[in-house]
Design a protein around this ligand. Structure first.
Ligand code: ADP
Ligand code: LRH
Length: 474
C-alpha cells in the first residue's frame, strides 16, 4: 500500500486537490487549485457545482494514484436528488437571501431554547434547516451536503458525514444522530436524510467511468468533511489549553471541548457546538472572516487596475491604528456587494470617519477582525470555564502577518500561525489513520507541528487600546 493520500478541499474562495505523502514524515503538494465563488443568475446566488466537480477530476488526474481520497468543503449547503439520483436544481449559495426571516419563524414555532437544546447550533440565517424550509422539496428523495454529493458522484454511494451533518441544525447534539422528532415537527420529510458516516468510514470505490476518466482507481474515505472539522483536527497544538481561529473566507474562532455547552448564556452568545473528529465538540462562533477583505479587493479591481494584496498589507501596516473599526459580524456584510461602501456606511452609523484609502480600509478590516477573534476566544473561555494559553491561527489567514499580530495583541495571547492548509492536513491524516499509519488526534497534531513551518507572534503594544476599540464596536 502506498503512503500517498489525496484531499479534495473545497473552500468558499478556492478549491484544491492536494497530495500528501507520509513515507518520510508528512509532505504536501498542490495537484490543482481553482477559483470558487458565488454565481448570480437572476435573483438567486448559486455555486457552480458541476464546474467544481470537473476541476476535481482534473486535480485527481494530476495527483496520480493514491491509497485513498477524502473530500471536505464548506458547510450547510446541499443538493436535492430525485429517486433516480439525479440532481434537482443547482445548489444555492449560503449567501443567497432566500432564507430571510425563516430563522425567526422557526424560533417562533419551535422555540429558540428547544432548537439550541436539540442541535446546540448557533443561529446563522443560512443553516441547512432554514434553507430546506425555504426550498421546494417536492420530488426530493435525498438531501446531500456538498462533500457527500461529490462522494456520491465519485462512488455512487449515498451517505451523510457526521461533522458536516452537525451544521444542518437537524442533528441531535447529544446522540449525533438525525433529530427525527424536530425534523417531523418542522414538517420536513425524514426520508431525505441519508445514513450517517463517521470520519474514517469507507465511502466506496470509484465508479468505473470516473476511474477511466482520471486514469486510476482508489477508495473514497469519509473524513471530517466539514472543512472546519478537518482544520481543527490538524491544529498543531501540544496540549488541551488552546484556542483556534480557522481563518479563511470565514474565521471560526473557539476551543475544543469533550462535551457541548448548552447553557442559556451560551445560546445568548450564539456559540455553536459542532461535531468534531473523534467525538470532540467544536465550540466556536463564526466571525465574518477574510470575506471582508476579499470583497474589498473585488470592488477595487472592478473600478481600477486591481490591487496587489502584498502591497496593500504593507501599506496598511503604516496606517494610523484604530482610526475606524467596525463590528465584523454586521449582517449587512454577509451578501456579496460593494464592501468598501458598506464599511463606510457602518463607520458613519457609529459616528466614525470612514477610511479614506484602500490601505486604510484594509487596516480597518484587519483590526475589526482581530476584535472579532478576541471576543469569540474570550467568550469561549468564559462560557466553557476553560483557560487557554495560546491561539492557533490556521488557514489562508495565517499568511497574513498583520492579522496574526493584531490577533495576538487583541487577545493578549501568543498566536501560533500555520499551517495555511490545515484543512487538507486534517483530511489526509484521518485517511492515514484509517490506513493504520497514525494513531489518533494527538499524533496527528504532533505530526503537523513537527513537519510544518509555524510562526509565533507574541502580544505587543498597549492592551488598553484594544479594550477601547472593542468598547467602540461591541
Ligand atoms: P477558503 O478555504 O475559505 O477558500 P483560505 O483558507 O484558502 O480560504 O484563505 C483564503 C484567504 O487567505 C484569502 O482570501 C487571503 O485573504 C488569505 N491569504 C492567502 N494567501 C495569503 C498571503 N500570501 N498573504 C496574505 N493573505 C493571504
Ligand atoms: C468555512 C465554513 C464554516 C461555515 C461556513 C458556511 O468554510 O465551513 O465553518 O459556517 O463555511
Amino acid at each position: 500500500m502506498s503512503r500517498r493520500f489525496a484531499a479534495v478541499d473545497l473552500g468558499a474562495s478556492s478549491g484544491r486537490v492536494m497530495l500528501a505523502d507520509l513515507s518520510g514524515g508528512l509532505s504536501l503538494t498542490e495537484a490543482h487549485r481553482f477559483p470558487n465563488g458565488p454565481v448570480r443568475v437572476a435573483d438567486r446566488l448559486y455555486w457552480d457545482v458541476l464546474g467544481l466537480y470537473r476541476e476535481i477530476l482534473t486535480g485527481l488526474r494530476a495527483a496520480g494514484p493514491v491509497s485513498s481520497i477524502g473530500v471536505d468543503s464548506w458547510a450547510v449547503d446541499y443538493a436535492l436528488l430525485d429517486g433516480s439520483g439525479a440532481m434537482l436544481g443547482n445548489p444555492v449559495h449560503y449567501r443567497d437571501d432566500r432564507t430571510r426571516g425563516v430563522a425567526e419563524q422557526v424560533a417562533g414555532a419551535v422555540g429558540a431554547e428547544t432548537l439550541y437544546d436539540v442541535s446546540g447550533l448557533q443561529v446563522l440565517p443560512f443553516n441547512t434547516i432554514y434553507q430546506l424550509l425555504a426550498d421546494r422539496l417536492d420530488g426530493a428523495a435525498t438531501m446531500l451536503l456538498i462533500p457527500d454529493l461529490i462522494g456520491y458522484w465519485l462512488t455512487g454511494e449515498l451517505g451523510a458525514e457526521v461533522t458536516n451533518a452537525s451544521t444542518t441544525g437537524l442533528l441531535d447534539v447529544r446522540t449525533r444522530s438525525w433529530a427525527l422528532p424536530l425534523i417531523k415537527q418542522l414538517g420536513l420529510p425524514s426520508g431525505i436524510f441519508p445514513p450517517l458516516r463517521q470520519p474514517g468510514d469507507a465511502v466506496g470505490g470509484l465508479r468505473r467511468d470516473v476511474a477511466a476518466e482520471i486514469g486510476w482507481s482508489a477508495p473514497v474515505r469519509a473524513v471530517g468533511s466539514h472543512d472546519t472539522a478537518s482544520a481543527v483536527a490538524a491544529v498543531p497544538a501540544s496540549g488541551p489549553s488552546f484556542a483556534y481561529v480557522s481563518c479563511g473566507t470565514w474565521s471560526l474562532a473557539g476551543i475544543e471541548l469533550p462535551e457541548p455547552v448548552l447553557t442559556p448564556e451560551s445560546r445568548a452568545a450564539n456559540f455553536t457546538n459542532e461535531a468534531g473528529v473523534d467525538g470532540t465538540v467544536r465550540y466556536l462562533r463564526n466571525v465574518m472572516g477574510l470575506w471582508l477583505l476579499q470583497e474589498c479587493l473585488r470592488a477595487w479591481s472592478a473600478t481600477g487596475p486591481g490591487s496587489d494584496l502584498r502591497e496593500l498589507l504593507a501599506a496598511a501596516a503604516g496606517e494610523r491604528p484604530f482610526a475606524a473599526v467596525v463590528n465584523p459580524d454586521e449582517p449587512a456584510f454577509l451578501p456579496p456587494g460593494d464592501m468598501p461602501a458598506r464599511i463606510a456606511a457602518e463607520c458613519r452609523r457609529t459616528g466614525q470617519r470612514p477610511p479614506s484609502s484602500p490601505a486604510a480600509y484594509v487596516r480597518c478590516v484587519l483590526e475589526s477582525l482581530a476584535l472579532g477573534h478576541r471576543l469569540a476566544v474570550r467568550q469561549a473561555m468564559e462560557l466553557s470555564g476553560r483557560d487557554v494559553e495560546v491561539v492557533h491561527l490556521v488557514g489562508g489567514g495565517s499568511r497574513n502577518e498583520l492579522l496574526c499580530q493584531f490577533t495576538a495583541d487583541a487577545c493578549g495571547l501568543p498566536v501560533v500561525a500555520g499551517p495555511a492548509e490545515a484543512t487538507t492536513f486534517g483530511n489526509v491524516l484521518v485517511q492515514a489513520r484509517a490506513a493504520g499509519l497514525v494513531s489518533g488526534l494527538e499524533e496527528m497534531r504532533s505530526l503537523v507541528a513537527t513537519s510544518q513551518p509555524l510562526r509565533r507572534y507574541e502580544p505587543s503594544g498597549d492592551p488598553r487600546a484594544w479594550d477601547e476599540a472593542a468598547a467602540r464596536v461591541f
